[in-house]
Design a binder for this molecule. Structure first.
Ligand code: ADP
Ligand code: MG
Ligand code: ZN
Length: 639
């Protein structure tokens, strides 16, 4: 389905206004280019000759030349078959005749002369030193000076420019051979022990390390190894660090490129660079390719204005081709990182590409303490420093923020003339950082945290007390990267293909539990439930329109969903059309409102009957930030 959508766009008319003129990377470095460069070189050398040779030796009339000898201005004359050169100094700066070496002198005259006896006599009378220069010697030197030297100079200028361009990432001339940028790093010293607070991500990556270390173990048994692993998480949570740790633990080479490196001003360069990267990596296998900021190349092609970013699209296509092209047993694993998984092209996430995703989330209390202790290994801490307390003060901070805090605290200690970092330094460092982070909406205020804690507890308790509901796996008030302030994870016990009406209502209840808890405890409701309300309303609507579960339209499907068997997940908007009248729409709206009201009241009652449990779980959650399955279950069972 989706391939059919994309292809016409790719092959169709691309950019009506000309666009970049060098679309094919193969032609790009071809003979046309060589000729252009030869022409430029010749023009350049002619200019060089013209400017240097002629300016040094202005040609004058022979009569004037003689006059200047007669007046005594010219004191030395060099005679060749083709011209005479007169110098106003006696000094011969070099013994080499052909070298017009008196570039330093003020006046050099040149003329096409006639060698007569009169002229020689004039020279003798004036006491001018004169000598002849044989043609062969000067010819060679002439060639050297007028051709070889400029070529050498131009060659160096060219090299210099290319290097500059190459460093800027815009290598125009050596397309696809840009080895300067793509270099494998060996001997990575980063280890998993340098990363903390992201244990789930680490657990998943351990397997990748094992594969890189003993590929045979996997290939012998015929197991399928992931080709690509996508690290997803907010900035500064340690994605890059984790990728390096994988390479370090496995002891393999590490190719790192940022998505932005691929996106060039010339069409074809990015694609060529991808090809080159994979070629090198294949030679170096086992190794890791790490593509940082994958979203820069991997943005969805679907909502692309036609031709708006051909270059990125080509690069992305090349990346897909390369990922499909290599054998999973070759010991090459591609890691990529992004903080915008939502914008990625779905093609990247298909099996055989980045089919494994690893969430690298903000650390919770324990995680932050561990990160702090990693980073404060290098600084001298006073024994009174309580890193757990520091961790408690830094809710919402990511690893990079915490590394920064430790550093800032050390600087404050130095400024205060101390030899050890004390607790106060940490507190001050946090204060300094908090202001900046609050501006960026990265951390939430205390009263908001309270609201979030009760909201999430509301979801969790309703889930716990709704028969048939999936058990709660984790409750957290650590803000998730993508908009959510907290989350409650439920894990299905088994795969479900059918749901009863009661179960659907139970789902609605769990979704409404958040807002109900807020209203019960704070007597006001917040925007935090927007997502829950949308999901709940969606279930309610489907119950009426799709599943025929309403009183009036029992067993009647009101919409016809486009039965798409393929590419279902990738289709952004399900195709369906309404098959009901305005009055039915009104009925649906009213019925939905009624379902929601009934369920909301049920939920509120459920929660108010368990108010003390709600309070104690929320308080616990505020303190610990995350509660796992067992901690939560213990509290519920203790009631
Ligand atoms: P990302 O790639 O996710 O934006 P980085 O890996 O570049 O984040 O993290 C920047 C720095 O912050 C790291 O070099 C490290 O010093 C510190 N850091 C980030 N996350 C962690 C972590 N989980 N454990 C230890 N240090 C971390
Ligand atoms: Mg990074
Ligand atoms: Zn919620």
């Amino acid at each position: 389905m989706d391939d059919g959508n994309k292809k016409p766009k790719k092959n169709g008319p691309r950019f009506p206004f000309g666009g970049p003129q060098l679309p094919d990377p193969k032609k790009f470095g071809g003979w046309k280019f060589t000729i252009i460069y030869i022409v430029i070189l010749i023009v350049g050398m002619s200019l060089f000759n013209y400017v240097f040779m002629n300016r040094m030796n202005p040609a004058i009339d022979f009569s004037e030349f003689k006059a200047r000898i007669a007046s005594g201005e010219i004191k030395r004359v060099e005679l060749t078959d083709s011209y005479f050169t007169g110098y106003t100094t006696q000094r011969q700066l070099t013994q080499l005749p052909g070298l017009r070496s008196n570039m330093r002198t003020a006046n050099v005259y040149r003329t096409v002369g006639i060698l007569t006896e009169d002229f020689i006599r004039l020279l003798d009378n004036q006491g001018v030193a004169y000598y002849a220069v044989s043609r062969e010697g000067s010819a060679i030197l002439n060639i050297i000076f007028s051709w070889v030297l400029p070529i050498v100079i131009f060659f160096f200028i060219w090299r210099f420019l290319m290097k500059r361009l190459g460093n800027m990432g815009g290598n125009v001339l050596s397309v696809g051979q840009n080895r300067a940028v793509i270099v494998a790093e060996g001997d990575i010293v980063t280890r998993f022990s340098d990363v903390a607070g992201v244990d789930e991500a680490k657990d998943e990556l351990v397997e990748v390390v094992d594969f890189l270390k003993n590929p045979k173990k996997y290939t012998d048994i015929g197991g399928k190894i992931p080709k690509g692993v996508l690290l997803v998480g907010p900035p500064g949570t340690g994605k890059t660090l984790l990728a390096r740790a994988v390479a370090g633990e496995a002891g393999v080479a590490f190719f790192r490129m940022s998505g932005a490196d691929f996106v060039e001003m010339f069409v074809g360069v990015g694609a060529a660079r991808v090809r080159d990267l994979f070629k090198q990596a294949r030679d170096k296998a086992p190794c890791i390719i790490f593509i940082d900021e994958l979203d820069a190349v991997g943005k969805s092609r679907i909502n692309n204005i036609a031709g708006a970013n051909d270059e990125r699209e080509q690069t992305l296509n090349q990346l897909l081709v390369e990922m499909d092209g290599f054998d999973a047993t070759s010991g090459l694993i591609i890691l990529a990182a992004t903080n915008r998984p939502d914008v990625l092209d779905p093609a990247l996430l298909r099996p055989g590409r980045f089919d494994r995703q690893v969430l690298v989330d903000r650390p919770d209390l324990k995680g932050r303490e561990a990160i702090l202790s990693i980073h404060s290994k290098a600084v001298k801490l006073s024994p009174q420093v309580d890193l757990a307390a520091v961790a408690r003060l830094t809710s919402g901070f990511v690893g990079a923020d915490l590394a920064n805090i430790v550093n800032e605290a050390a600087l404050l200690a130095v400024r205060g003339g101390r030899t050890l970092v004390i607790q106060k330094d940490f507190e001050e460092a946090i204060e300094k950082t908090v202001a900046g982070l609050q501006k960026k909406n990265r951390i939430i205020k205390d009263d908001e945290r309270r609201v979030v804690a009760f909201h999430e507890t509301g979801h969790a308790l309703i889930a716990a007390f709704t028969p048939g509901s999936d058990p709660v796996q984790k409750i957290s008030i650590v803000p998730r990267g993508f908009g959510a302030l907290g989350y409650t994870l439920q894990m299905p016990v088994e795969d479900r293909y059918l749901m009863t009406e009661d179960e659907l209502l139970g789902k609605i209840n769990v979704l409404l539990g958040g807002r109900a808890a807020e209203e019960l405890v704070f007597d006001k409701i917040s925007t935090g439930a927007a997502n829950d309300i949308t999901k709940a309303a969606d279930i309610a609507r489907r119950m009426i329109t799709d599943y025929g579960m309403s009183a009036r339209f029992k067993n009647v499907a009101l919409t016809q969903r486009g039965a798409s068997m393929l590419g279902n997940q990738e289709q952004r908007e399900p195709q369906f059309h309404r098959e009901y009248s305005e009055s039915t729409q009104q009925y649906i709206d009213e019925e939905m409102a009624s379902i929601m009201e009934t369920q909301y009241n049920i939920v509120k009652t459920m929660l108010s009957e368990r108010r003390s449990l709600l309070d104690s779980v929320a308080v616990q959650l505020l303190e610990k930030e995350t509660l796992d399955e067992h901690e939560f279950k213990a509290m519920v069972d203790a009631l």
